[in-house]
Design a protein around this ligand. Structure first.
Ligand SMILES: [Zn+2]
Length: 436
């Protein structure tokens, strides 16, 4: 009897190992099956695939026994984080994320059809080239989306490599897409989040006055400001980006409501850009007390923001609160829309962000454009700072929202705004006879 039991037990054990193994296999098959099949399809099928930009410019193509990219080396490099490469080194380019689709692979039958597949993207390869050149070998990212349609017009991350080179001389971090796959200290662009939260939570915000002498004790802790801003109202404090005012504003909102807004506006989430997952952000979620809440409200503390999440937020503000989810691929389908920001809050933020440019940065930095925005200079602890600029054009013909980020790049106003201007000027002049 005891022997029988032992035998039954071992059979049972064996059976469970088989079931476990099978479950594991099916799980991995569903997750990676497309990738496994790629190897076979590349070798055995007669499939051909082509990836083009919005104007039909070839970005990547393959046949059963050959791979191609754009003939121009700088176009290949500028668009590297869009295409990825055939070695799967970025982990997030089109060639990696859609390898199965591009090869006509069917995960249910496990078969690869021999067919010609073409994929048209919303990005503009030429604009990506402009943006990459503007980053000038610095680490950083540029993203531009049409906030009325969700078309992602520009997606660039620097440094990048030439996808045709098997062993490129890659700079540090060349395989990270800094627009989608990483989060950084936001610094003062985060004051947009604090300002929008205050509009919703602090009824007296428009009557408040703030005083800055370059440093102040806020909730018992010294907070410094690079300038003495003296007496300011809410709009003025955002325009000059006063740390003392905004740490007080964040404390007025309170940590709980700050968390609610940060979460609601998607800063903590990983988003889905046509199947490519983006990096989640960070905000202090455990109780930290007033001084740290103050720091978090000016984009320091443990705040981290993925540039893509900031692009979503400003594009919803520009579109009266409605987010048209950014789309990398032009599949002919309308964008997925939802209310991200309360429409009244969004309209108020539009006025505040326009006021930032007219009263502080100067329209002269953006000739002929009507820019609404916020700069950021994020201190990162090693004595350097990240340069940021994010916002949108108030222009029905060119409804573009943007984010520019330069890692350890210096000041937002001096470093990031000229890059935004270069890219936006090029986009607005696209299709006209004007030099761009
Ligand atoms: Zn100040």
């Amino acid at each position: 009897m005891r022997k029988m039991n032992r035998r039954a037990l071992s059979v049972l054990l064996l059976a469970s190992f088989i079931v476990l193994g099978l479950v594991g296999y099916v799980g991995r098959y569903l997750a990676d099956g497309e990738r496994w099949a790629t190897y076979f399809s590349r070798l055995n099928s007669l499939s051909e695939g082509i990836v083009t930009d919005r104007y039909g410019v070839l970005l990547a193509a393959f046949t059963a026994n050959d791979n191609h990219f754009n003939d121009d080396r700088s176009t290949r490099i500028a668009n590297y984080h869009v295409t990825g490469d055939f070695w799967d080194r970025t982990g997030s380019g089109i060639l990696t994320s859609f390898s199965g689709e591009l090869h006509g692979y069917n995960p249910v039958t496990g078969m690869t059809q021999s067919r010609h597949i073409s994929m048209k993207l919303n990005v503009d390869a030429e604009i990506n080239k402009k943006a990459y050149a503007a980053l000038a070998d610095r680490k950083g990212a540029v993203g531009v989306v049409n906030y009325r349609t969700g078309e992602l017009l520009c997606m660039v991350s620097s440094p990048a490599v030439d996808p045709t080179e098997n062993e490129p001389d890659a700079a540090e971090g060349a395989y990270i897409n800094r627009l989608l796959s990483a989060s950084f200290t936001p610094g003062s662009i985060f004051k947009l989040v604090t300002a929008a939260s205050a509009i919703e939570c602090v009824k007296s915000i428009w009557q408040k006055s703030f005083f800055c002498e370059g440093e102040a004790e806020v909730a018992g802790v010294k907070i410094t400001c690079p300038y003495e801003h003296y007496t300011q109202d809410f709009a003025g404090a955002l325009a000059v980006s006063c740390n003392i005012a905004f740490s007080q504003i964040a404390i007025s909102v309170g940590q709980t409501e700050m968390i609610n807004h940060v979460r609601r506006w998607g800063f903590l989430d990983s988003h889905d850009l046509d199947g490519i997952r983006t990096a989640p952000g960070n905000y202090p979620l455990e109780f930290v007390g007033d001084p740290e809440t103050g720091w978090s409200g000016i984009g320091q503390s443990t705040d981290l923001v993925c540039p893509f999440s900031m692009l979503r937020f400003v594009s919803a503000i520009a579109n009266d609160g409605i987010i048209c989810e950014p789309k990398l691929i032009d599949d002919g389908q309308p964008p997925v829309k939802s209310v991200l920001v309360e429409p009244e809050t969004a309209k108020t933020m539009q006025r505040l962000m326009r006021n930032n440019v007219t009263t502080t940065y100067g329209d002269i930095r953006f000739p002929g454009l009507t820019v609404c925005g916020k700069t950021g200079t994020a201190e990162v602890g090693d004595g350097t700072s990240h340069a940021w600029f994010t916002g949108f054009l108030l222009d029905e013909e060119h409804p573009y929202a943007f984010v520019v980020f330069v890692e350890n790049g210096g000041g937002g106003l001096s470093v990031a705004t000229p890059i935004a201007n270069t890219v936006l000027q090029a986009l607005v002049r696209r299709g006209t006879d004007m030099e761009y």
